[in-house]
Structure formats: structure tokens, C-alpha cells
Design a protein around this ligand. Structure first.
Ligand code: TXA
Ligand code: MG
Length: 324
């Protein structure tokens, strides 16, 4: 398959490019597009055949459900059953890196929701993504636009590397702002809100709005969010974790790439020092892919102690990239 690529302006997405991409979505094809978190691999969420192609292009287990991306509030009501807490969160945050899991209406194919009776929904905070959804006149199902298990793509080059020849079109809207995926919470039961995946929106900002603590899912709910079961976000070379002021991991220094907030005492071939957690989050996946391209034998990342802001999401991605 030949993959069309098109550069597109983030703040003024060219209508003719949006129309071309929307036409592909409407006819059951696949388009990769930028969101504020990472690039998504989109298909018409209400077309089971189109959604099947996403799983094939990514090599993704088909029991792992997808997020439906919407561009307006009315769309949400036609897809899921709402409750007051969900309304409040949507009103307060969207468009935002906040994904809500809610009871699904029948219109969503089982394929899109991995056979579950719930569905995950979010409105992305990126003008290109919103224009594409609007022009497609359908919610867009989109996982991150990487081969399953690899670091999520935060720029066009990473999407191209993983998806060229596998999908119909890639929109090049530059680097994404946040760098890790959305925060996923289960609001099916408004009395107990579950944090399924920490991400782009902080835990403390959600708790402040709902005036409740987020709970961690028990094993049963974990089964309901299959995405949390797999090793993820990992480059093809080993990732080791370093804690500030502790011994630096054993690695071949001259082929080690380091990323973190502090300068370690090592002769690493390359060090990327970020000045805060926000920038570290933004640069993590791109750094993984850069060190991989440079054919290093080891990546060392610093453990971020602070879980505020995107810190909890950053910890989660580091844990999952480094686990065996
Ligand atoms: O920022 C993001 O969320 C990006 C961009 C493209 O929007 N998308 C993304 O999608 O990260 P994906 O497929 O890589 O992750 C979706 C997560 C998975 O962990 C999946 O298991 C969970 O959401 N999920 C989806 N539907 C669910 C449901 N009905 N119940 C529980 N978890 C669900
Ligand atoms: Mg993903």
C-alpha cells in the first residue's frame, strides 16, 4: 500500500488536506494524525471493518479496546450513557488528554470496544484532530500510531517509521505537546472513579473537580482494561532505571544514552537533561527512538520522584518500558 503523507498547519489546518483525510476515514481507510498527547492511528469508530484494519496495521491484540475521539459534546450522548460526574469532567476539561470509560450504546461496534460493554471516549485538544473528526462526520477510533508495544510516536518521523506502507495517509502536524497518552478513568460507577492509566491530565486536577479520590482498579477491573496488561512503550534496546543519588546501572558507557532531570556521573555517549517533569514527559518517547536509531546498547532513564502533573504518567511509562 502507498501511504500518502501531507504536511498540515496546526493552527490553520488546510481544508483541502482535511477533506482528503476525512474522505479516507469515511470510506473505511486509516489516517494517522497528531493529537496533543501522541499521534493517533484513526479509523471510523462505527465501521467494524475499518476498525479491524487498525488492529492489523499495529499488530495489536484484538481484545484491547480503542478510544473513540469526538469533536463536540453532543456526539458523546449518542455513543455512551452519561452520568453527572462524567458531565462535570467533560465540562471542566475537554478538549483535553482525559479519556472517560462509560457504558456503551449499541451503535459502537464490539470490535471498537474489544467486546466490552463500556467504551472509552475523549475530545483531543489539537485543531488538526478536531477538524478531521468534524469533517469525517463520525467519531474516530484511534490508538497510538505505533507498532504494538513500541514507544508511542510523538512526531511525524516516528509514525512514518512504524506505519509507512501499512496505512492510507499520515498527517504531519509537527511534534506533540504532551508526549505521553491521555489519562484514562473509569466513570461507569459515579461513586467509585477508577484510574486505569495515568497520563496527560494530572490526578490532582481530576480529584479537585470531582471532590473525590481516584481509586486504583482491583484485578477484576484491570481485566476490563486490557491495555494495562501488556509490556508497552519499549524500544528494542534494554531500558534501565536510575534513581538520583544511587548507584548508576551497569552499562557499557560508550554506547549508553541517558535521559533524566539530573546529570549523572557516567561517561554515557549521550545525555539528555530536561529542566522539568513536563519537558521530560514530552521528550521521553522521542528519546527512546533517537537512542534506538543511534544503535546504542542501553538506555538509562532517571526515575522521577514527583507524581504531580504528568509525573505519575511518566513513572508509569518508565516502569512499563523497563520491565522484562
Ligand atoms: O492520548 C491517547 O489516549 C492516545 C491518543 C491517540 O488519543 N490514544 C491511546 O490509545 O493511547 P491506546 O489504544 O494506545 O490506549 C487506550 C487505552 C488502553 O489502555 C485501553 O485498554 C483503554 O484505553 N481502554 C479503551 N477502552 C476501554 C474500556 N472500554 N474499558 C477500559 N479501558 C479501555
Ligand atoms: Mg498505545
Amino acid at each position: 500500500m502507498t501511504t500518502i503523507t501531507a504536511k498540515i498547519s496546526k493552527w490553520n489546518p488546510e481544508p483541502e488536506i482535511i477533506m482528503q483525510a476525512a474522505e479516507i476515514i469515511r470510506s473505511g481507510g486509516l489516517v494517522a494524525f497528531p493529537t496533543e498527547t501522541v499521534y493517533g492511528l484513526g479509523a471510523d469508530a462505527l465501521n467494524a471493518n475499518a476498525v479491524t484494519k487498525i488492529y492489523a496495521a499495529k499488530g495489536r491484540p484484538s481484545d484491547n479496546p480503542l478510544i473513540l475521539h469526538v469533536s463536540n459534546h453532543e456526539q458523546v450522548h449518542s455513543l455512551v450513557y452519561m452520568n453527572d460526574i462524567a458531565e462535570k469532567l467533560i465540562h471542566e476539561f475537554w478538549p483535553a488528554p482525559l479519556t472517560l470509560v462509560l457504558p456503551a450504546r449499541d451503535v459502537i461496534p464490539l470490535k471498537t470496544r474489544g467486546g466490552l460493554d463500556t467504551a472509552a471516549i475523549r475530545m483531543p485538544d489539537n485543531p488538526i484532530a478536531l477538524a478531521l473528526i468534524e469533517a469525517s462526520r463520525t467519531p474516530i477510533a484511534a490508538p497510538s500510531a505505533n507498532i504494538s508495544g513500541r514507544p508511542s510516536p510523538t512526531d511525524f518521523e516516528s509514525v512514518y517509521h512504524d506505519m509507512n506502507g501499512r496505512i492510507d495517509m499520515i498527517l504531519d502536524g509537527g511534534s506533540t505537546d504532551i508526549g505521553i497518552e491521555s489519562t484514562v478513568i473509569d466513570v461507569t460507577n459515579p461513586e467509585r472513579i477508577l484510574l486505569l492509566r495515568p497520563g496527560g491530565i494530572s490526578i490532582e486536577s481530576i480529584e479537585a473537580v470531582i471532590d473525590m479520590r481516584l481509586e486504583c482498579p482491583d484485578d477484576n477491573s484491570k481485566k476490563r482494561s486490557p491495555g494495562t496488561r501488556y509490556r508497552h512503550y519499549a524500544p528494542s534496546i534494554p531500558v534501565k532505571v536510575w534513581k538520583h543519588n544511587q548507584k548508576f546501572p551497569e552499562c557499557e558507557a560508550n554506547s549508553t544514552g541517558y535521559m533524566g532531570l539530573h546529570e549523572p556521573e557516567c561517561n554515557c555517549a549521550e545525555k539528555i537533561i530536561f529542566d522539568d517533569v513536563k519537558n521530560y514527559t514530552r521528550g521521553l518517547f522521542a528519546g527512546f527512538r533517537k537512542f534506538e536509531r543511534e544503535e546504542f546498547s542501553c538506555i538509562v532513564v532517571e526515575w522521577p520522584d514527583d507524581i504531580s502533573g504528568t509525573g505519575a504518567g511518566l513513572q508509569d511509562r518508565i516502569t512499563r518500558a523497563s520491565c522484562e
